[in-house]
Design a binder for this molecule. Sequence first.
Ligand SMILES: *Cc1c(COP(=O)(O)O)cnc(C)c1O
Length: 488
Amino acid sequence: MFREHRTEHELVRYIKRLESRDISLTTSMISLGSCTMKLNPTAAMIPISFPGFAQIHPFAPPQQTEGYRQLIGRLERWLAEITGFAACSLQPNAGSQGEYAGLLTIRAFHRSRGQEQRDACLIPASAHGTNPASAVLAGMKVVAVACDEGGNIDVADLRAKAQSHAARLAALMVTYPSTHGVFEEAIQEICGVIHEHGGQVYVDGANMNALVGLCRPADLGGDVCHLNLHKTFGIPHGGGGPGVGPICVAAHLAPFLPGHPVVATGGSRATGAVAAAPFGSPGVLPICYAYIALLGSSGLELASKTAILNANYVAERLHPHFPVLYRGARCRVAHECIVDLRALSKATGVENDDVAKRLMDYGFHAPTMSFPVPGTLMVEPTESESLAELDRFCEALISIRQEMREIEEGRFPADNNVLKGAPHTAQCVTADRWDRPYSREQAAYPTPWTRAHKFWPHVGRVDNVHGDRNLCCTWPAAAGPPAAFPLA
Ligand SMILES: *Cc1c(COP(=O)(O)O)cnc(C)c1O
């Protein structure tokens, strides 16, 4: 690429070409649930390019980093206040790394009390995959806790497991609101059960977008939680940029916060470093600092309330067309909702893959697929989207439901229809030959807004499973022919 693009014009065109193949927030809302793809305010992001922030080495002498340390210190205090905890470490570079660091502080705490044997970690079946992975990395043994038919933690099963592992119980990892997008009403009781049996409660704070300013993980009964600054606090993610997954801990765990061999940080009896740099990725912290400072406490609270309101709006609009899988006791969701396609898939043969691909024709990125429930879509609108955009997204899904109905009614074959044929590239709909049972217009311009601004998917349907199993490495022609390494 560098050999081919020798002028600024060529490089700009190359970058623009790549960008045009990406369906991003510059086109439409990204509804990925559990990922919190919220606004990354430009005003908060510009400062990270200032030389004072951008050109400091992580091991610069302390007299050169006074400003940075002030920013880090303030941010730690704000995050501790938001979560209700006593202390904070900004060292972990991702939520998953925060989980690992948090579990290490729990292990160190147990060890400090002569309870080395506590190594069992209870994790609900609905948990994010990083939870069991972190527990194993931290040297713990995972004990799965069942969920009931409402998607909530099965408290009886939790009690039984806590009891039978009481002598070895180290921790519970719990996400609140749950990965099912529901405020579980038993959360305080759940934390109480773990404490009764000598365990610590790790709160997975990835869903803090529904909590900030409204309630605090410490008040729920947690001992430690991580935050995903790249989800809840305005740092961009999903493009491979650095994440930040700080942990906040109660006073009894503060002495064990991660230290660093070169720069003094962490607790008085610090565990080892979990990242190479003492403060993780401080280069992106000014975004989070500006986000909190600009919103203030009332703004943060309003953001959480709006995120919850938007999710409930989407759930209500979609429910007559697609069942929403889990809701709380008052029939409300938290900040995201799971759209259940499974019954429709059975009736029509249309899978959630097909809906996800078809959304591209409508100009939308797919929601989260098959997490946490296989065969479903999880939608998180966040506080950042306008009512008009939420409506446009819901109307796309409702229109897709209509397309499914036409298959149900036998107007199109189950294996050859506008959903199975999606996404449709410009090349495919303008080709001289067209032998599909639906019209080209229906394929490419299913709604009025696609006429005003059309996003053209660059590649048609691919075989996902084949692609996942057959990693293909290609070299420029000069270096020899491309080679493929099937992984399976
Ligand atoms: C995103 C997420 C994580 C992991 O966070 P990363 O920053 O991606 O490592 C953990 N738990 C839940 C519920 C999440 O949504």
